[in-house]
Design a protein around this ligand. Structure first.
Ligand code: MN
Length: 483
């Protein structure tokens, strides 16, 4: 399948690249000891460095450097033994230094990639670079009192800016990329990936071109804070650009904002070029030197990454590719799965996890850890399905109610009178009553319409209120029909 977008005149190729700002999971800031805790009283976590006081000197936080290296390694990238901090100069009220300390020509990490799953199979997305930089403060505009406020708590927090190659061709590929990147960051522990809190912020570069032709002019959509909005923003922006070009206009390079309530992007400012920022090496900071030994030491503590875990799951549990991908992309789910699957049938576990449990979480708008569902709570239920105490169908019917109850699975179903009927005599009586009520169908079955077996099973399940053991019903039915 191709991903071309139909305009009124032509089919267009969408070219997408991402710049992701990931806040480093560090207790203190990138160049100061001030704390980074979220939700603190405004301006309570600000050191002299973060507020741009003259004479205050930045000192690099080596924990943040380690996190950038670990992340670079997990993105299959090159860790540069020498990198340089530069000043990116611009004025904004929430940037008291008058510049952001960032990395320009010599980033700490370059040339990586990650693998996403697309409908056409695996696809490699290049990662141009990962560099370290400071975050700015926050401006709060209160329209009611026509005033603005500045909170510098975020000023100086450590960010990893992760820049991809323009390798993505659809909003779906972008969604897969963000999910994969987020799951890697969480696995490594370098960023919590929380988009709502702004700890993972995505800027999308969008342009369109006729297939095989030169790249078009791109627009950058800033700070979109959910995967759904990212997809909406891309689709709106692509349609907007195609419409302009097909009507004889041209795209001007600019920075745009996405308005989630209207579902559209609008111009924010003309795009500046990097030379506008007058980058130069920060005279307060020496080049950052990373030894080979340091890199080797960090390699040893890298956790099992989602792709490796997926490979292992495919092998050990014989999962489908799609199931394995969604399980490993959420670390909590992956750990939960591995606990649950010990001594249990992987097929049963996967289907309960990805169908029943996921739809329960979606319905209750919780994630696995918020839901407080334990491995033993779900495991107990799976065990009594496996040993034939209840049928899979009954288990599905009572699932939600069971999750909310304090009872264990066996207590719950015996109190509800839901224990599966596996008594051969009892089942034979039910089966014979069904066969007696449907003499015509019995004849048809005996004359070769074997598909009717399903109908008979259904009827038995119905009169047993779902409690009949379906395997046994099948077996006895076949025997009775042979008579
Ligand atoms: Mn940046």
């Amino acid at each position: 399948m191709n991903n071309l977008i139909k305009g009124k005149k032509n089919e267009w190729e969408l070219i997408l690249g991402l710049e992701v700002h990931a806040q480093i999971n560090s207790k203190s800031k990138l160049f100061s000891p001030a704390p980074t805790e979220w939700g603190a009283e405004p301006n309570s976590q600000v050191s002299l460095v973060d507020s741009g006081m003259p004479g205050a000197l930045p000192v690099i936080n080596t924990f943040c450097v380690d996190q950038a290296i670990l992340t670079g390694l997990s993105l299959n990238a090159k860790i540069n033994e020498v990198s340089v901090f530069d000043r990116k100069n611009y004025f904004y009220p929430d940037l008291p230094q008058g510049y952001q300390i960032s990395q320009f020509e010599h980033p700490i990490v370059s040339n990586g990639f990650l693998i996403i799953e697309t409908e056409n199979g695996e696809k490699k997305i290049g990662i141009t670079r990962l560099h370290l930089e400071q975050d700015a403060g926050k401006s709060i505009h209160d329209q009611d009192i026509n005033n603005s406020f500045i909170d510098l708590n975020r000023s100086g927090c450590g960010l990893m800016e992760i820049v991809s190659e323009p390798d993505m061709r659809s909003s779906d590929e972008v969604a897969q990329y963000v999910k994969k990147l987020r799951s890697i960051l969480r696995r490594v522990g370098s960023c919590d990936g929380n988009m709502e809190k702004g700890n993972l912020r995505v800027d999308v570069n969008v342009s369109v071109r006729l297939p095989g032709k030169n790249l078009g002019t791109r627009c950058e959509i800033k700070n979109v804070n959910s995967i759904k909005f990212i997809q909406q923003a891309i689709e709106f922006e692509a349609a907007r650009q195609i419409d302009i070009i097909e009507n004889g206009g041209s795209i001007s390079q600019e920075t745009r904002l996405f308005d989630p309530t209207k579902g559209e992007t609008r111009s924010m400012r003309g795009k500046e070029e990097s030379h506008d920022y007058r980058y130069f090496p920060d005279p307060d900071l020496p080049p950052l030197i990373i030894t080979k030994q340091k890199i080797e030491d960090l390699k040893k503590i890298l956790p099992e990454l989602p792709d490796e875990m997926k490979k292992r799951f495919l092998q050990d549990y014989n999962l489908k590719n799609y199931d394995a991908e969604i399980i490993v992309n959420d670390q909590d789910v992956a750990i939960f799965f591995e606990e649950l699957v010990k001594k249990r049938d992987p097929k049963l576990v996967v289907s309960w996890l990805t169908v029943e449990l996921f739809s329960y979480l979606k319905k209750t708008e919780t994630n696995l850890s918020e839901s407080k569902i334990s491995v033993s709570k779900l495991g107990d239920l799976l065990d009594i399905i496996s040993d034939g105490t209840i049928s899979n169908r009954v288990a599905k019917d009572i699932f939600e109610e069971y999750l909310k109850s304090e009872k264990n699975a066996r207590e719950f179903i015996s109190e509800k009178g839901l224990v599966q009927v596996s008594d051969t005599n009892e089942l034979t009586i039910m089966i014979n009553s069904v066969l007696q009520e449907n003499p015509k169908m019995v004849d048809d079955y005996r004359n070769g319409k074997e598909k009717l077996l399903g109908f008979f099973v259904g009827q038995v399940m119905k009169i047993s209120k779902g409690k009949a053991n379906p395997q046994l019903v099948n077996k006895i039915l076949r025997e009775e029909l042979k008579k």
